[in-house]
Every structure is written in structure tokens, then in C-alpha cells.
Design a protein around this ligand. Structure first.
Ligand code: SAM
Length: 216
């Protein structure tokens, strides 16, 4: 059954994603399906499908839909993939990933956000997701290697543990890298012990705070 936000969701997909060049069918289907309004604070319910990031508490944000779509499209996701996400935040991108790939592992440093995201994802019946609280700059060694690692916060440099936890058979790491208030999306592809770095779009993310990231 369609929820009352379905029309807003379709408009978001058409005007903010497809019109700007997003083409990946799996990404588009996931955006049409996942109820973004469940991941925003009640105070912002009317703005849930708007073209900008929104506050989610604790100084953090749910990213602009288009930025999330760019990252997911650039990740070239396949249904059999195992994906590590760093920065669960609201859990919205986690839910999109859960629609597209087989297994999603997500690390969030703020316990209250991790807990809230876990509750919403459980209410949606997403069973292929594991969330933990911790420092994602160290990755999540237990379930490595990953086909894709997607970092949703801005890093001063590429954390070594994330490179090491990438699959050596074409694993890709997507991470915003640069100064604290403006970054460039880096796409790092691993083949054996070789890492190829491609610099993609400019972007602005909250800082990645941790041992291999920024100081608090
Ligand atoms: N993709 C998220 C969404 O859809 O809501 C938005 C994520 S928000 C832009 C970035 C998140 O990264 C914040 O929740 C922040 O607490 C988290 N974060 C920052 N440093 C982190 C770290 N070292 N490990 C895990 N999470 C971190």
C-alpha cells in the first residue's frame, strides 16, 4: 500500500535525481521505496523530501537526497555485494543499501543515533543490516573484506584500515576527503595490493571523527 508521502517521494526522485542525471535503476527503485520521512525528526516531517540536508540531532545531518544518490550510483552496487557503511546517521542510506545489496554493515560513533536507526530499520523489516556503535575510521574487521565501503562523513585522509578491509578483487571505497568544511568524493578501487584513486564531485559533509579521522 502506498503511504501518504508517496507522491512527494516520486517528485523527489523525478526532480532531484533523474533530472540531474541519476540513471542506475536499482538506486532509483530504492529511493522510490524507502520512506525518507521515517528517518527525519518529527519537527521536519514536512521537509523530509526537500532538496537539502536536515538536522538529526547531536550536531549531525541526514544528507541531501541527491548526494546520497551520487554516492550509491558511483558505488556501482550489485545485489550480491557486502557493504560497509561508516556513519549510519539517521539510517536512511543504510535502508537504501539494504534494498539494493545482500548484506549491510554500518558503524556510527554516536550511540543514540545508532539506536534510533536500528529501531527504524527493524520497523521496516530490514533483516540484512547490522549496526554497531564505534569508531568507523577503524572499519569493522570482523566481517571484512567488503565489496564496497561508503563513508558518509568528511575525512582529512583515507584511513588505512578501510583500505585494508576492501576486497582485493575490485573492492571500492567511496569517501569524502579534504579540509574540514569542504571535500572531494574520492573513489578508491583495490586490485590486489594496488589502489587506484579517482577524484569525483566536490561535496560538504560533517567531519569524520576518530583515530584515523579528525580530532573531536
Ligand atoms: N548517511 C546518513 C543518513 O542517511 O542519515 C548521514 C550520515 S551523517 C552526514 C554522518 C554521520 O557520520 C554522523 O551520524 C556522524 O556521527 C557519523 N560519524 C562521524 N565520525 C564517525 C566515525 N569515526 N565512525 C562512525 N560514524 C561517524
Amino acid at each position: 500500500m502506498k503511504d501518504k508521502f508517496a507522491v512527494q517521494r516520486e517528485r523527489m526522485v523525478q526532480e532531484q535525481l533523474i533530472r540531474r542525471g541519476i540513471k542506475d535503476r536499482r538506486v532509483i527503485e530504492a529511493f522510490l521505496k524507502v520512506p525518507r520521512h521515517l528517518f527525519v525528526d518529527r519537527a521536519y516531517l514536512d521537509e523530509a523530501y526537500n532538496d537539502y540536508p536536515l538536522p538529526i540531532g547531536y550536531g549531525q545531518t541526514i544528507s541531501q537526497p541527491y548526494m546520497v544518490a551520487i554516492m550509491l550510483e558511483r558505488a556501482e552496487l550489485e545485489p550480491h555485494h557486502r557493504v560497509l557503511e561508516i556513519g549510519t546517521g539517521s539510517g536512511y542510506q543504510t535502508a537504501l543499501l539494504a534494498e539494493i545489496v545482500k548484506e549491510v554493515y554500518s558503524v556510527e560513533r554516536i550511540p543514540q543515533l545508532a539506536e534510533r536507526a536500528r529501531e527504524v530499520l527493524e520497523s521496516l523489516g530490514d533483516e540484512n543490516v547490522k549496526i554497531k556503535t564505534g569508531d568507523g575510521t577503524l572499519g569493522w574487521e570482523e566481517f571484512a573484506p567488503y565489496d564496497r565501503i561508503i563513508v558518509t562523513a568528511g575525512a582529512p585522509k583515507i584511513p588505512e584500515p578501510l583500505k585494508e578491509q576492501l576486497s582485493p578483487e575490485g573492492g571500492k571505497l567511496l569517501i569524502p576527503v579534504g579540509p574540514r568544511y569542504s571535500q572531494v568524493l574520492y573513489i578508491v578501487t583495490r586490485r590486489g595490493d594496488e589502489y587506484e584513486i579517482e577524484k569525483d564531485s566536490p561535496c560538504v559533509f560533517v567531519p569524520l571523527i576518530g583515530e584515523e579521522g579528525w580530532e573531536e
